[in-house]
Design a protein around this ligand. Structure first.
Ligand code: ADP
Length: 455
């Protein structure tokens, strides 16, 4: 079968949806291909938080921020391996992208709460209602339907088609009914197929450290297809060895814990001996390595009701909470002693740790690990204690794109007709992606890709 559109987009996550909406808005005919039976990718299962500087919520809360500070944090967070010009494009356009989500796509963001993920100097992550990517994907999908854009699920892009000059002119895909469908693209193809966190072989190919011993938080569709397809038409790859683990995941499934987002409001991490070992707002790679260096390679996250009342993660992520309790991985206890005993931690050692935390909360200075937001008093119960391990979460490397999201070859020249956005690209996050920057990246560059490909 053959079909023709102006713009063909591979992958229905945050980047693909944003690209599709913008390309259509610019007047192009658009098809969005998704290999899984349902849409959303990693965007759907993420917390959905999105960083931007000088947003309406920062203004509501009286938080001072700037584009320059956002750029500085992002570059530094990635060990200055990210491309400064591309990070600038991200930071300069993320605020408009967030406003677009709010005003055009009708995404509901909390008006009075922001996250300060590790590595950020201020609270700048917008939180969608429900604290997951579901709010983003539900609204993006609704908008897509309203605009009459064709979406093909169970349709796996397998090959980019080029003409004699090397221009990308379409996509060959395996269709829902088993046959091959050729999608001709009059104007351009956009790759928005996400990362390769769920592809263990590919992880090992680029960094043997991230083998089977790690589970993954990622959606099953994130197998690096777009990277392989683009490489076959001459695209350059960069930063492929940089693979991120998320520190606080289920030891049973590898799934990211959103209940544990209480960490951003003061929850602490302790080891089997009841000792803290890291600043809880450190970068993900630092915390992950810290956890793996502890006895057994796991840690416990501990918080009390007062912290829980601020972050409300137990109420917000009720299903995850109940699952963790059922699996014996999370326990609510009236007293600290009970919390310690549930996981066979020495109660006196844990009490001593909490006494120190309370002392530092009072003085305002964490003398042990210099907690950047300041520790909270945890003398009052009830307590929540949760067992956690790191799990593969994000692949920072991928395709090289320029400011207009054109995919570049080994010589640094754009491959005509080919664009990319989101986790499939490799130029923004350097060695380590900061929390809230994946959604910002996917939405911001997805929009640019849609606008450019429609030209
Ligand atoms: P991003 O955040 O960059 O948008 P996501 O992980 O949210 O990335 O979305 C990527 C989407 O692309 C997923 O839904 C995934 O299933 C889809 N995908 C991956 N490979 C292919 C492919 N070969 N053909 C079609 N869709 C794909």
């Amino acid at each position: 079968a053959e079909q023709t559109y102006d713009v063909v987009i591979i992958g229905a996550g945050g980047a693909g949806f944003s690209a599709a909406l913008e390309a259509k808005q610019a007047g192009a005919s658009v098809v969005l291909l998704e290999k899984m039976p349902s849409v959303g990718g990693n965007t759907l299962i993420s917390g959905g938080e999105m960083n931007a500087a000088n947003t309406w919520v920062q203004k509501n809360l009286g938080i001072e921020d700037s584009t320059e500070l956002f750029i500085e944090d992002t570059l530094k967070g990635g060990d200055n391996v990210g491309d400064p010009e591309m990070v600038r494009v991200l930071a300069e356009n993320a605020t408009a992208a967030a406003e677009w989500l709010k005003d055009e796509v009708k995404v509901n963001f909390l008006k009075d709460h922001l996250f300060q993920f590790g590595g950020h100097s201020v609270k700048r992550a917008l939180i969608p209602e429900g604290h997951t990517g579901a709010e983003l994907i539900t609204k993006l999908k609704k908008h897509l339907d309203e605009m009459g854009i064709d979406l093909k699920t169970n349709t796996k892009a397998e090959k980019l088609l080029t003409d004699d000059s090397g221009k990308v002119i379409g996509v060959e895909a395996a269709g829902a009914n088993g046959g091959t469908i050729t999608f001709h693209a009059n104007k351009g193809v956009i790759i928005a197929s996400g990362g390769f966190g769920s592809n263990v072989e590919m992880r090992k190919q680029y960094n043997p450290e991230y083998d089977e011993k790690y589970m993954t938080t990622d959606a099953p569709g994130t197998t690096g297809d777009g990277i392989v397809m683009a490489e076959a038409v001459g695209a350059a790859l960069t930063n492929m060895e940089s693979i991120q683990t998320y520190p606080v995941c289920s030891p049973k499934t590898g799934v990211i814990s959103l209940v544990a987002d209480s960490r951003f409001d003061g929850a602490i991490l302790v080891n089997q001996s009841g000792q803290r070992f890291v600043e809880e707002l450190e970068r993900r790679d630092v915390i992950s390595k810290g956890i793996l260096a502890q006895e057994g390679g796991y840690a416990y996250q501990l918080w009390n009701q007062e912290i829980g009342d601020i972050s409300k993660t137990v109420e917000t992520h009720k299903d995850e909470y109940e699952m963790l309790v059922k699996d014996g991985l999370l326990y609510k206890a009236d007293t600290l002693k009970e919390a310690a005993e549930f996981f066979k931690i020495d109660p006196e050692a844990l009490q001593a740790t909490i006494d120190r935390v309370n002392k530092f909360a009072k003085s305002g200075k964490d003398e042990d690990f210099n907690h950047r937001a300041g520790l909270k008093d945890m003398s009052k119960g009830p307590y929540y204690i949760q067992k956690a391990v790191p799990s593969v979460h994000h692949t920072m490397g991928g395709l090289v794109i320029n400011k207009t999201t054109e995919v570049l070859n080994e010589q640094g020249q754009p491959i005509p007709g080919l664009f990319a956005a989101g986790e499939v690209t490799g130029v923004i996050h350097g060695k380590n992606r900061l929390g809230g920057n994946a959604i910002a990246d996917a939405i911001t560059f997805g929009r640019i890709a849609g606008q450019q490909a429609a030209k």
